[in-house]
Design a protein around this ligand. Sequence first.
Ligand code: NOJ
Ligand code: CA
Length: 673
Amino acid sequence: MRFLIALALLLGFPVAALAGTVSSPDGRISVTLDADGEGIPYYSVSRDGKPLLAKSNLGFNFTDADPMRRNFEVVTEDSTSVDTRWEQPWGERRIVADRHEELAVTFRQRDAAARMITVRMRVFDDGIGFRAEFPEQASMKVANIADELTEFNLAQGGQALWIPAGDWNRYEYLYSMTPVDAVSTAHTPITMVLEDGTHLSFHEAALVDYAGMWLRRLDGTRFRSQLAPSSRGAKVVREGAFTTPWRTVLIGDGPKALVESNISLNLNEPNKLGDVSWFTPHKYIGIWWEMHLENSSWASGEKHGATTGNAKKHIDFAAKHGFRGVLIEGWNKGWDGTWFGNGREFSFTEAYPDFDLEEVTRYAAKKGVRIIGHHETGGNLGVYEAQLEEAMALYARLGVDAVKSGYVADAGGLIAPGPDGKDVFEWHDGQRAVQHHLEVVKTAARYKIAVNPHEPVKDTGLRRTYPNWVSREGARGMEYQAWGVPANLPDHVPNLIYTRMLSGPMDYTPGVLSLKGRGGRDLPSTLARQLALYVVLYSPIQMAADLPEELEKYPRELAFISQVPADWAESLLLDGEVGKFALFARKDRNSDAWYVGGVTDSDAREMAVDFGFLDQGRKYRATIYRDGADADGLADTRHQIAIETRTVTAGDVMTIRAAKAGGFAIAIVPVGR
Ligand code: NOJ
Ligand code: CA
C-alpha cells in the first residue's frame, strides 16, 4: 500500500481516496491515520481543509512489557462506508441515523515480539470516533496497561468548559470556562469553542471492561489520555483479544451539532436485551427531598422518613397526580452509622421495623403506582455484589421495576474485595467500577428492572446496548440546591447541557416549585425555569423533587409536570450558546404534541422561538409558562410566572424573555385536524 501511494503521488494521481486518509460523508472532516518516520502511530484531523487536530500520537505503556509507542509499520488498511438507521426503544429521538466512513489500519511493531494493533477510525459529518483493537497474540497474552498514550493535539486555542478529574468529588463540580491552554486534567465530556468558532467536545463511547479516560493537558493546547487508576497498579488488565472504548470528538460549527449528535450511541453495540418494552419512561416523586432538607432521616428513629405511613401518603399523591413512580430511600437497614464511603452494614433485603415493603408495594399496585427501589451502597461494591441477586429478586417479586442506586464515597474510595479477600480501594471510573456497573445492569435486566445509578461512572452510550440502563447522576444535581454548599449557580444548567448532557440522560431531579432548600434557603431559579428543566435536561425518568405538599401549592405548574413527556420522537436545539443559554424543542413520542424549553444563566435574555419545526398548515394551541415581567431568579420575585395560551403555526416566531436564572416552557398541542 505504501508503494501504491508513493506511485500514485509520483504519477500525479489524487491520493485522498486511498487508505491512510478518510473523510466524512459530507467531505468536510478529513482524518489521516498512519505511522510517522519513527514508526509512531498517529492521526490528524482537518475540517474544510484547515488543521483541527495536528499530528496526535497513539500508543500504550504497560507495567510488564515494552511500550507500544514507536517502531510500528502499517500492515493493512481497510475502508468501509455505513449509511443506516436504527430505532431506540425509548430516548431523545426515535430514529437514529448512522452515516459514516471507516478506516481501519493495522500496525505491527518491528521487533521480536511483533505485537499488532488495529486502530479503527470512524468519521461522521459531526465528528470522529476511534479505538484500538488488540488481537489475541502470543507475545502479549495479558495486556497490563499502565496508561494509554492517545493524544488530542489541538491546532488552535479557544475556550474550554470543563470539570477537574482525579479529585475527591467524582464528577460533582461547578464547571469552569477557561482558555484551552489553562485546562489541567479534565473529565470528559470537555467542550471547547475554538478561536475560529469551531465547537468540539471530547469524550468516549462504549466504556466496557476498561478504565475511564481523563484528559490531561501536556503543554499548550495538546492533551493526552490518562486512565483512571486501579488498586492493581496496571490501570487496565485484559486477556486475549479486546478493544479500547471509542475516543470521540464531536465537531460542529456551533453547539447544535454537539447537542444533536448521535455519535456516542452509534459507536455502541446494538441492543443486547431484546424486547425491553417492560421499561416505561415515566415521572416519579419520592421520599427524598425531605431528607435532603433534614426534615426527616434515612436513619431509623423518630425522624425516619421511610415509614409505611409516609410511603402511602406519597403513593396517594402519585396516584392523584399521575406519577407512575414513588422512590423510597432509607427503607432498608444499614443507614444508622457512618455508611458514607463504608456501606458495610447495608442490607438490601431487610427493612426497618416501621416499614413494611410487602404492604407498601401491595398498596402501590392497588393504586396503579410503582415503587422505585433504592440501593445505596456507600461505595462498597463487595457488599452490594454479594446481595445483588437476592436484592433484585426481591424487588422483581414485588413489582419494583426500577432501582436507583448510589455510590456515595470520595473518589478513589470505592471498596472492593481484593485478591486475598481484604478490602482494596478503587475509583468511580476505574476498570473495577466499570465492570461492577455492567454486572449490576445485566443482573437487573434478567429481572426486567431498570437502573439509575448515582455517583456512577460516566455515561458512554451503553443505554443502546443495555436499554435498562436508563439514567444516572454523574454531575451536580438538584441536591446541591438543598444543601447550598454552594448551590449550583444559574449557569450550571446551561453548562450541563453542553458537557455532561452530551454523554446521555441525567437524573437531575428537577421540580422544586417552592424554590426553597434546607433551612428555607432560596434557590437561584424562577418558577418557570423549574418547568423548563423537564424539557432541556433529558432523562427517561424524571422526578418531581419537591415535597408533595409544596407541589400541591402550584396546581398549574404541577399539571404541566404531570403532562410533560419523558420519551421523545425528536429533540432539537433551536438556539444556544455554550455555558450561557439553551433553547430546545422536543416532540412527544406518543402524540403530535411538541414541548419547548429555554434556560438562561444569570443574565436575563430574550430567546426567539421559531415554530418552523411544527407541521406546515397545522394549528396548535401553545400554553406558555414564562417568567413574569418582574421575575428574577436571584431575587424575591422568583415565583412570578405568566401562563398564557395562544394559537401558533409553523410560520410563527415568538420572542420570550427569560429572567436572570430563569427560563420558560411551552406545551404545544395540535388543534383539530
Ligand atoms: C446521593 C444521591 O445523589 C442522592 O440522591 C441520595 O439521596 C443520597 N446519595 C443517599 O443515597
Ligand atoms: Ca449525588
